[in-house]
Design a protein around this ligand. Structure first.
Ligand code: GLU
Length: 429
């Protein structure tokens, strides 16, 4: 993530690119100014409980040894165990994990899940590791952070660069060392070892549900809408396909190489997702192609940035033609872009609500693991739908009552819940 100096003196003057932590802190301050939460609580929430850094040695396939750096940032656990993903990416930093862990606290609170927020990862490019190397690195990382995590303490999950297989290795390493099979230590596992049906599609499903509700709120219908999706990984592809199934015209989808574009609507099921075949979007026979930058500026009803953080910036926010932005990725909109889009009356439905289906089905998975009882896909999707609608209703009520942006309203709901829990438990000693 790019670095910068934020000048908070007047609240406006800040450089464009900012780290996830800077964005998260700015969003917290802005939301805190709009609602009635104790200053001491806000002060506590500006700081994580702990950020653990570990060295993770790996014997490479050629016999050489390399040591990677791993992190686990635990932001807050006042409402329940820390919860959040593990990211394998060359740009992972302690600061980024901390910012992302804060978002997890709000995401769990806005969904009213009994979890707090965490995030971790390893500074590594997973594309440069063989499968065997990835397995050894994951097992050793699990061992290095074993004391920090646990099914009642802190429950990791997949994030960028990790998947169900990574979680299976992680769960196995933890279980072997603890001497008992402990499926509840991570979520996002394959169903055969205690994973939940529907977990993989869940973040994309929640993005689609929230896009549908947002369209309704602004007096549009899904089947008369056009949609552009940046990123065709698990979030973007599942969101695009569901909206397509519900009748939307998905005109553009992209991966790292660029976008397939068809004003008549793409067949989203015919384009392989990143999981099905990496970087295959541009091989699809679309009538037109676009760059990722052009996709963000399409005149569509709904724009879903579902790839990376910081893609909507002060440089392009003025050029966004979409009527509604629904955040699929974590942190795709910088603070400066948020301000510009707000000024231009382009609603931005925030990540902590829109992509929260992932952690919500993680919660279902954890319940299934604890109870040793698997739910059907139908039950998972029904309960996800009702929890998304309930969170949407809570946030919408704040929007309407406080004349707030959707992001501030989601923060108001989350901060209200976390703040009440902190006040009720008090500060010890
Ligand atoms: N990494 C996902 C997120 O950012 C899921 C976290 C989880 O399931 O714990 O929401």
């Amino acid at each position: 993530m790019a670095t910068n100096t934020l000048d908070d003196s007047d609240g406006d003057d800040y450089e464009e690119t900012e780290s996830a932590l800077e964005t998260a802190l700015r969003q917290l301050s802005e939301a805190a100014a709009q609602i009635d939460v104790d200053d001491g609580v806000i002060e506590r929430l500006k700081h994580p409980t702990r950020v653990v850094e570990v060295g993770v040695p790996l014997k490479r396939d050629d016999g050489s040894v390399e040591v990677f750096t791993g992190y686990r940032a635990q932001h807050d656990d006042v409402r329940g165990p820390y919860k959040g993903g593990l990211r394998y990416h060359p740009e992972v930093t302690a600061e980024e994990c901390t910012g992302l862990s804060m978002w997890m606290t709000w995401k769990c609170a806005v969904m009213d899940l009994p979890f707090g927020g965490a995030k971790g990862g390893i500074v590594v490019n997973p594309k440069e590791l063989s499968t065997g190397e990835k397995e050894r690195l994951t097992r050793r990382f699990a061992e290095e952070i074993r004391e920090t995590i646990g099914p009642k303490k802190d429950i990791p999950a997949p994030d960028m660069g990790t998947d169900a297989q990574t979680m299976a290795w992680f769960m196995d390493a933890y279980s072997m060392q603890e001497g008992e099979t402990t499926p509840g230590v991570v979520t996002g596992k394959p169903p055969v070892i205690g994973g939940s049906e529907g977990r993989e599609e869940a973040p994309g499903r929640s993005v689609a549900i929230i896009a549908r509700e947002a369209l309704r709120y602004y007096d549009k219908t899904v089947d008369e809408s056009t949609v552009a999706v940046q990123g065709f990984g698990s979030v973007g592809a599942n969101a695009a396909r569901l909206l397509d199934d519900w009748g939307a015209n998905v005109v553009a989808v992209s991966d790292v190489n660029g976008a397939a574009y068809d004003t008549n609507g793409l067949d989203t099921h015919a384009i392989p997702s990143h999981e099905e075949q990496p970087e295959a979007v541009m091989q699809y026979d679309a009538p037109n192609t676009l760059t990722n930058e052009e996709l963000l500026e399409l005149d569509v009803d709904v724009l879903v940035p579902a790839a990376l953080g910081n893609v909507l910036t002060a440089d392009n926010a003025d050029d966004v033609q979409a009527d509604i932005v629904v955040e699929g990725a974590n942190g795709p909109t910088t603070s400066a872009a948020d301000a510009i889009l707000d000024e231009r009356d382009v609603p931005v439905i925030p990540d902590i609500l829109a992509n929260a289906g992932g952690v919500t089905v993680s919660y279902f998975e954890w319940l299934q693991d604890i109870n040793r009882r698997q739910w059907s896909l139908e039950r998972v999707n029904d309960e996800l739908e009702s929890m998304m609608l309930s969170a949407w209703g809570d946030v919408r009520a704040e929007v309407e009552a406080g004349d707030m942006s959707w992001r501030d309203a989601a923060y108001a709901v989350a901060l209200g819940r976390v703040g009440d829990a902190k006040t009720s438990r008090g500060l010890w000693p």
